[in-house]
Design a protein around this ligand. Structure first.
Ligand code: SF4
Length: 263
């Protein structure tokens, strides 16, 4: 095994800045083979990544965390990724149903501390349990979303899941993003048409007004200090010195220290 840190990824990230999202996806498959998967919450950006993978014929699995309290529209979108795009979607579940969790812990999502615990139990832990099967996970954060995502790297070290996170859409502007969805007729969660800028659990997500921030509808009942759930550590952790362990040959491949593949 060898260590790889955010600093080690500097040159790679610089070279990937010039690549299209589709090229970044193809690079990810060429390097990580079957040890990379897409993470999607069945929001618009995740659907774009899924469509791109499908259109390019890339054999990428999709990980979807079903918290047990998703909107039906979100579950229907998940099913269309399978039926219309032919993708293998792996649905991950928390250990407890929401009812079991309430009986043991009370209604956690009503307080800031409780929300953090609830998101950890229902989102982060199911992903952690699956992460051993992967060296890299493809996310769909975009810098254009602003906030803590404004400077998200294309490839980042995730010390929680011990994987590299690949944000294939990091550079996609709002205009490019909207045009792509229209041009390719990407299947998107119908809740977006109903004013939901971002979509999470039905307990904690509301539509937003046209002049509100995109994430204003998340945990609105908790006030402005709850904007992110932590499932994307680049939202909350920008430490460049932290490292993860990956197989030595893979680290060489990621950092282009071999000549048997192209980036
Ligand atoms: S978004 Fe709300 S209901 Fe969903 S896991 Fe987080 S706190 Fe719990």
């Amino acid at each position: 095994m060898a260590k790889i840190s955010q600093v080690d990824l500097t040159d790679l990230n610089r070279s990937l800045e010039e690549r299209t999202p589709q090229e970044i996806l193809a690079w990810a498959v060429s390097v990580f083979e079957d040890r990379v998967a897409i993470m999607s919450a069945m929001q618009k950006a995740g659907s774009v990544v899924c469509q791109m993978a499908s259109a390019a014929g890339l054999k990428l699995k999709v990980l979807f965390v079903d918290t047990g309290v998703h909107f039906q529209e979100t579950l229907d979108t998940r099913d269309r990724m399978i039926s219309d795009y032919g993708l293998e979607v792996i649905t991950l579940h928390p250990e407890q149903t929401m009812q079991q969790q309430i009986e043991e812990h009370g209604i956690l999502y009503l307080t800031p501390d409780g929300q953090s615990t609830c998101c950890d139990l229902r989102k982060t832990q199911p992903l952690m349990n699956a992460a051993d099967d992967y060296d890299a996970l493809i996310s769909s954060l975009r810098r254009a979303d602003g906030g803590r995502r404004a400077n998200v790297p294309i490839v980042s070290v995730d010390t929680n899941t011990q994987t590299l996170k690949i944000n294939a859409l990091a550079n996609f502007s709002d205009r490019e993003f909207d045009e792509y969805i229209l041009r390719e007729k990407v299947i998107v969660n119908p809740l977006h048409e109903q004013g939901f800028a971002t979509i999470g659990c039905n307990r904690c997500t509301t539509p937003v007004l046209p002049d509100e921030e995109k994430r204003a509808g998340r945990w609105r009942h908790l006030g402005p200090w709850a904007m992110y759930c932590g499932i994307n550590p680049t939202d909350v952790d920008r430490g460049g010195a932290k490292s993860i362990d990956l197989p030595s040959e893979l680290v060489d491949k990621v950092l282009n220290r071999t000549d048997d593949f192209m980036i």
